[in-house]
Write a protein that binds this ligand. Structure first.
Ligand code: GLA
Length: 508
């Protein structure tokens, strides 16, 4: 009865607000404390780039502006924009370059170690950013992309490490379209791909994104056309890789889709790898670091070979199309992704698809956005699972309609620290029943992050054995969503977890 009442109390504000005031829905469920006014540098402590490639890195830092950024031990060739905290330049010699970043405003100052690893590995921590697909579908345009970049700064997401602004499908010309904007010559005489009329200046768009210290990404298919029927890269791989680099793109999602038609026989041992290794080699020849995302829905056990041909690989079908059973689709996608934990490592990540919260459009109908139907606790569970699994953190809802609650889910620096941990381990699923599951991720400093998830419809008590994790004696336990120490525990930690909710803790 007590729980029923609680559920009702939780449900009333949720139902009322979702209908008429999207801007403030769920505010009362906010757990993430406001960041202090003094500067706080967050985000990755390691960043990989190749010798001679241009660096653009905006230091994720919350706090009241103006902030003055400085850096000690900046390697030759790298400069810092002191007002915006953007590192740019190139480093020619491979090696490890430790830097001390400093941020100062009228309320205080902070410094933090940050290492540029110049070698052949990119994405040493999971990529973070935004992708256009689940909100704009085939309505995407240059204008919306630029606005998304503006919003990444204005919303403060950038201050927590989000940096990629990635366009998905539908920027090219489309075969047999009736829309004059997207119907036209798909390549020029030299074979160079021609964007559709909604993208009058692909290079200009990337420059615009870079000017803010952000990175630009795009999408294409190795097949003759993309999933939505737009021009693909088939037989133009080398030229497309060069074009994307010339335009200045930093991330490529390569979506199998129509490639099946040209892939040949499944008995061919290179059937699954061929299209990816082909363009990966071309991308490596460019004078630009392009993080490569394999999108082929987990075929051919991609986790076993993905690290040889890219930086992250989708492990499942589309999250936005996943059926809700008793539980929302992100759980089943997450469980399936969790099975491949052993393959995740710096530079190579399992990708369970995007974070679909805030305003998102129904993927079946490619519809306009509406507020997510996930409860607040489900959203915490989603973000906790993705963080523990060292998944790319790519939000794909509406950047123009980010409300306070959504930002509190996306922008908790202690939760993001779990995701961006330099050890690069993916959490393993320790335990799973009908009512609950437990994930645990070892961190570089010897601490352990643990998610205690309740998949039941009642409040549940969930425990973890500390000695089972190899932790003996009293250990400090911290609640990461609330950014608060809970206390010291020996042997066992037990907590109440809300229906479809999570206790995300770090044990020191
Ligand atoms: C596939 C991918 C999605 C999206 C669409 C675009 O379905 O899995 O992530 O890129 O194609 O058409």
């Amino acid at each position: 009865m007590k729980y029923l009442l609680l559920l009702l109390l939780l449900a009333i504000p949720v139902m009322g607000i979702a209908q008429n005031n999207p801007e403030s829905k769920y505010d009362e469920f906010i757990l993430t404390p406001e960041p202090p006014v003094s500067p706080r540098i967050t985000g990755p402590v390691l960043y990989g780039l190749r010798p001679g490639s241009p660096l653009i890195f905006r230091i994720p830092c919350s706090g009241e502006r103006p902030i003055k950024f400085t850096a000690k031990n900046l390697p030759e060739g790298i400069t810092i924009d002191e007002e915006n905290g953007i590192l740019t330049g190139t480093i020619n010699n491979p090696g490890s370059y430790p830097i001390t970043l400093k941020a100062k405003n009228k309320s205080g100052s902070v410094s933090r170690k940050f290492t540029l690893e110049v070698g052949n590995k990119l994405a040493l921590t999971p990529p973070m950013g935004w992708n256009s697909w689940y909100i704009h579908y085939d309505r995407i345009s240059d204008k919306t992309m630029r606005e998304a970049a503006d919003q990444m700064i204005a919303s403060g997401m950038v201050d927590f490490g989000y940096q990629y602004v990635n366009i998905d499908d539908c920027w090219m010309m489309k075969l047999k379209s009736k829309d004059p904007d997207i119907n036209g010559k798909r390549r020029d005489e030299q074979g160079v791909i021609i964007p559709n009329k909604r993208f009058p200046d692909m290079k200009g768009m990337a420059d615009y994104i870079h000017a803010k210290g952000l990175k630009a990404g795009l999408y294409i298919s190795p097949g003759q056309h993309t999933c939505a029927g737009y021009e693909g890269s088939y037989k133009h791989e080398a030229l497309d890789a060069k074009t994307f680099a010339d335009w200045g793109y930093d991330f490529l999602k390569y979506d199998w889709c129509s490639y099946t038609k040209v892939a040949g026989k499944k008995s061919d041992p290179d059937y699954f790898t061929r299209p990816y290794s082909l363009i990966w080699n071309e991308l490596k020849n460019q004078n630009r670091d392009i993080v490569f995302n394999l999108c082929q829905y987990g075929m051919g056990d991609v986790w076993e070979w993905g690290s040889e041909h890219g930086n992250c690989w989708r492990t499942t079908g589309d999250l936005g199309l996943e059926q809700r059973n008793n539980l929302p689709g992100f759980y089943s996608i997450g469980f399936s992704n969790a099975r491949h934990a052993e393959y995740a490592q710096p530079g190579a990540w399992n990708d369970p698809d995007y974070i679909l919260i805030g305003w998102v459009g129904n993927a079946n109908k490619m519809a306009e956005g509406t507020p997510t139907d996930l409860t607040p606790w489900e959203q915490y569970s989603y973000m906790s699972m993705w963080s523990l699994m060292a998944a790319p953190l790519i939000f794909s809802g509406d950047m123009a309609k980010l409300d306070k609650f959504t930002l509190n889910v996306l922008c908790n620096h202690e939760v993001i620290e779990v995701n961006q941990d330099p050890l690069g381990k993916q959490a393993i699923l320790l335990e799973k029943t009908e009512q609950k599951f437990v994930m645990m991720k070892p961190m570089h400093d010897g601490s352990i992050s643990v998610g205690l998830f309740n998949t039941g419809n009642e409040v549940n008590e969930i425990s973890i054995s500390l000695s089972g994790l190899g932790l003996y004696g009293k250990k400090r336990v911290r609640d990461l969503w609330r950014q608060k120490d809970i206390g010291k525990f020996a042997d066992k930690f037990t907590t109440e977890v809300q229906p479809h909710g999570v206790a995300l803790i770090r044990i020191y």
